[in-house]
Design a protein around this ligand. Structure first.
Ligand code: GLN
Length: 493
């Protein structure tokens, strides 16, 4: 079952070819064998997972199974799950057992899915390589000397190494899509507001968005069906009627015939996505994918995203500003880590934060506090917000001429562990293509489209207009029916 799609697993469960308990045990055994090396999971809890699996089996026996009932799903350790350690990859929360469920976890529980474990991540989701985790780096299953991407690197690795059939992630500036690209899987960040942020540890609240990671667009659609939905406890949650993201995947693009299922689809290609900084191997794989889309009937439209080069600097003002505010709650008083020795209250705050946060998180808090401080607010923070608006306008203009925008997800394939840790700017530049959709609140996904240097995977980035997830997934599904990049698994896996 390790290579099976969610639909195949659901069919096997429904036909009683396997029970949820057996299935969950098989994945737990596999995690037991491989996680010591890959480090994709921070927490597994056999007893808890199997208890949920038994409930799922009873529900299947009663005949009221939902599509994901009985299927074990891995959750990024940023989602609060009742009774589970929810560390967010940080020493600060290394003793935090959540007393409640995030909305996303509630939805998976309601669907009867099994929590397989909590996946490793960059500390507080700050990073692009999973190397800032308090729990140590995650390895890329395609080559263990390389990073899996981040910050949802544990979830990406778990899917790529077939340790989990599906996983959740979060994406503030690329944390679902960049690790999906570097690990050779499919991942989607929905429109901002689609997935509730309730119970999702906050990094930069105006950018954070939960999403799904899986082996294929079809699997991602099934996961998104469970995750998405209005939640009154998140003030930015969008009240929209439920959509079935998986229902219409196989249908051709509006009006197209079966032989050329994507006829009529206009793909926007931006010059800015193929300029300096893009590695030749990535460019070649992406161009190959674009040619495949043309074979499927799509046409190409040249578009411009002139302000996209401003996105990284704007993001690294806005995201740290919000983070500095969000992370002020970690003071050693109410929950989480507290320094063991201190003189007085102020000393306790200082020592707790000095000991509990890692270097990257401290860097962001310092930058964020600085750009929000009197005298710098207008020069940095307000200016960044204006750039954000301009970037959203660029996209709006582009979407008047095309249906989807395609390009590379990341400028390079996975890089060696340790190679960028001492150069934050190089690390930040990894997200040059993924950050603009977060700034605009647009949905975006990455899907496998080839291999580059060192036989490492390349991701194709697909950006859609607001609420176009169903269309994006359909287009991705047609690509995956015509190609087999997404079916390739790392050697020895
Ligand atoms: N890599 C980016 C950062 O470090 C994005 C992280 C994310 O999307 N959570 O902020």
């Amino acid at each position: 079952m390790f290579n099976a799609s969610l639909k195949e697993i659901a069919a096997a469960l429904g036909a009683r070819k396997i029970s949820s308990v057996d299935l969950t045990e098989q994945f737990l055994d596999r995690i037991g064998r491989l996680n010591g090396d890959l480090n994709a999971f921070i927490t597994v809890d056999r007893a808890k997972s199997l208890a949920q699996a038994r409930e799922a089996d009873a529900r299947i026996a009663r005949g009221d199974a939902a599509p994901l009932t009985g299927i074990p799903i891995a959750h990024k350790d940023i989602f609060c799950a009742r009774g589970w350690l929810t560390s967010c990859g940080s020493k600060m929360l290394s003793n935090f057992v959540s007393p409640y469920d995030a909305h996303v976890i509630e939805q998976f529980n309601r669907a009867g899915a099994v929590i397989l474990g909590k996946t490793n991540m960059d500390e507080f989701a700050m990073g692009s390589s999973n190397e800032t985790s308090f729990y140590g780096p995650v390895k890329n299953p395609w080559d263990r000397a390389f990073v899996p991407g981040g910050s949802s690197g544990g979830s990406a690795c778990a899917i790529a190494a077939r340790l989990a059939p599906g996983a959740t992630g979060t994406d503030t500036g690329g944390s679902i899509r960049q690790p999906a690209a570097l690990s050779g899987i499919t991942g989607l960040k929905p429109t901002y507001g689609r997935v509730s942020r309730y119970g999702m540890v906050a990094f930069a609240s105006s950018l954070d968005q939960g999403g799904a990671m899986g082996k294929s667009a079809e699997d991602v659609a099934l996961l998104l069906n469970v995750m998405a939905g209005f939640d009154a406890r998140d003030s930015t949650s969008l009240e929209r009627s439920p959509e079935d993201f998986a229902g219409a995947l196989a249908q051709p693009w509006a009006g197209a015939a079966a032989e050329q299922p994507l006829a009529g689809l206009r793909i926007g290609v931006a010059r800015e996505h193929f300029g300096a900084g893009l590695a030749a191997d990535v460019a070649e794989a992406v161009r190959g994918a674009l040619a495949e889309f043309e074979r499927l009937g799509a046409s190409r439209v040249d578009i411009e995203l002139p302000r996209s080069e401003l996105s990284v600097p704007a993001y690294y003002v806005i995201a740290p500003a919000e983070a500095s505010s969000n992370l002020s709650r970690f003071d050693g008083v109410r929950y989480g880590y507290r320094a063991p020795e201190y003189r007085d209250l102020l000393d306790m705050y200082c020592k707790t934060r000095a000991q509990g946060f890692g270097a990257e998180v401290k860097r962001r808090i310092l930058i964020g506090t600085y750009v929000l401080s009197h005298g710098y607010y207008d020069a940095y923070y307000l200016k960044a917000q204006r750039i954000r608006r301009l970037i959203a306008e660029d996209f709006a203009r582009a979407f008047s001429r095309c249906d989807l925008i395609m390009g590379p997800t990341s400028p390079t394939v996975a890089f060696p562990l340790g190679s960028k840790v001492s150069d934050p700017v190089q690390m930040y530049l990894n997200d040059i293509y993924t950050i603009p959709p977060n700034l605009a609140g647009l949905p975006a996904m990455s899907l496998p489209c080839g291999f580059g240097a060192g036989n490492l995977p390349v991701g194709l980035h697909v950006v859609g207009d607001y609420f176009s997830e169903a269309r994006m997934l359909k287009v991705a599904h047609h690509f995956q029916r015509a190609t087999d990049w997404h079916l390739r698994a790392p050697k020895g896996i």
